[in-house]
Design a protein. Structure first.
Length: 456
């Protein structure tokens, strides 16, 4: 069954054909690790996890890289605020990210390159851009010369003239064109820095993906994926850097972008107080329901996130697991689980997960009605392709025993906040003790107070 994928670069859905059918290469822009990620950041990894599952069925080898950005000014700020070394922040939140993704049923990538362990390849790539006249050094910085790459703006469909000129923004004095972007910048002694031909400094953000992608997957890759919010300037800049550093070779043959999440119809923002961390959602809801919700819309469209939607996803899973629980005594046929054709067809059609989920519902009904081993196997096989229905049905229904009353906890935290604001520290401590007795650990930080179910 051929796979068709929408390509953001050509703005068309095209039959997918890898450069080398023996080895498909795919790169997804990963997180900057300075904090817990929010649920919007999880949509790409979950959606593209399904794509990787599909590709692995079709091709003998899929090399999938998802990077960790562990050098960034937001990381520096967090480390300074907390008075700890940068590595403490990045190590902690890279691990939290892996745990969050595992919680959502996302398989680890084959390669997880870190920017700080690729400074050599980054410097080499910048040098080749300088040698070929696509970059220039100025005041300790190295900048990419956007004017040197006529295809700049092709991915985002922006007018290169406009990008070159830049509008109404203050332009740094060392830039030739307003649109030029930083490849390397100088570091002072209190910031992370590496020796380079341009002095002690650190890479800009865009160059790391170009350098790490080339280092692990080669000059030309089959698929480059990420959130649509990265399309410009990040991906536009990646194309410029990689194409120019590799003598005009195509960088990524398919560009895939997932749409953003909205929250009850609104954009997520700190001021609206609707920033939902994966870390917290995983404790409040069945993780599989979160995954199901993230797959319930087409990946290119925006997806709305709400309590009601999670409740809906949970009840859908209740229905499917009820079928599997009723069939617990039915032994599966020997061999691998079958992959239902209609589910595979839906995914081969530009990863149409809503259609695949509708087919899964049909299979659940069929299994309930027939009660046959084949129908049960087909339901489980369809679930496997989507990363759903893989836990024991009994375990799914037992989950309620360990859930906590989140609303009550939030209420207590608000009371504690009010007590602290009123400098009533005795009252604040009493509430903290009360939470501890409920086995709830709390952590005060710059972002407010976070809580979690204490381990052990
Ligand atoms: Zn990237």
């Amino acid at each position: 069954m051929p796979i068709s994928l929408y390509n953001s670069l050509t703005r068309r859905t095209e039959p997918f054909a890898p450069l080398d059918p023996e080895r498909v290469t795919m790169y997804l822009c990963g997180p900057t690790v300075y904090n817990y990620v929010h649920i919007g950041n999880a949509r790409g990894p979950v959606v593209f996890d399904v794509l990787v599952r599909l590709l692995r069925r079709h091709y003998p080898q899929v090399l999938y890289a998802r990077n960790i950005t562990d050098v960034d000014d937001k990381i520096n700020t967090a480390a300074q605020q907390q008075g700890v070394p940068i590595g403490t922040i990045t190590g902690r939140f890279a691990q939290a990210y892996r745990e969050d993704m595992a919680g959502l049923g996302v398989a680890p990538p084959d390669i997880e390159p870190h920017a700080t362990t690729h400074i050599g390849p980054i410097i080499t790539m910048i040098e080749s851009l300088l040698d070929s006249g696509h970059a220039y050094a100025a005041e300790g910085h190295v900048l990419f010369d956007v004017g040197s790459f006529p295809a700049y703006g092709e991915l985002s469909g922006r007018d290169p003239e406009e990008l070159l000129a830049g509008a109404r923004v203050e332009v740094a004095p060392y830039k030739r064109n307003a649109g030029d972007f930083v490849l390397w910048k100088p570091s002072t002694s209190d910031l992370p820095g590496w020796d380079s031909p341009w002095g002690v400094g650190r890479p800009g953000w865009h160059i790391e993906c170009s350098a790490m992608s080339a280092a692990h997957l080669g000059d030309t890759i089959d698929i480059h994926a990420g959130g649509v919010d990265l399309l410009f300037p990040h991906h536009e800049n990646e194309i410029a850097q990689s194409t120019c550093a590799h003598g005009g070779k195509v960088f990524a043959r398919w560009w895939m972008h997932n749409g953003m999440l909205t929250f009850d119809g609104r954009k997520m923002s700190k001021s609206l107080g609707n920033v939902l961390l994966v870390h917290e959602l995983l404790q409040l809801h069945p993780p599989e329901a979160l995954r199901l919700r993230l797959l319930s819309g087409h990946y290119r469209q925006p997806l709305d996130w709400s309590e009601a939607a999670i409740t809906q996803a949970t009840s859908t899973l209740d229905g499917w697991y009820r079928v599997l629980r009723d069939l617990a005594g039915v032994e599966l046929p020997a061999g691998e689980l079958p992959v239902p054709e209609r589910i595979e067809a839906a995914l081969c059609d530009d990863l149409n997960t809503p259609q695949a989920l509708a087919e899964l519902s049909v299979l659940a009904d069929a299994a309930r009605q027939s009660g046959s081993a084949e129908a049960k196997a087909t339901l489980l096989g369809g679930g496997a392709l989507l990363g759903l229905l893989q836990q024991d049905a009994e375990a799914w229904f037992r989950r309620g025993e360990s859930t906590v009353d989140a609303a009550h906890i939030e209420e207590l935290l608000q009371q504690r906040q009010a007590a602290r604001a009123a400098r009533d520290f005795a009252r604040a401590d009493t509430i903290r003790d009360e939470l501890a007795a409920m086995n709830i650990a709390i952590e005060d930080g710059a972002q407010g107070t976070r809580w979690s179910v204490a381990k052990g």
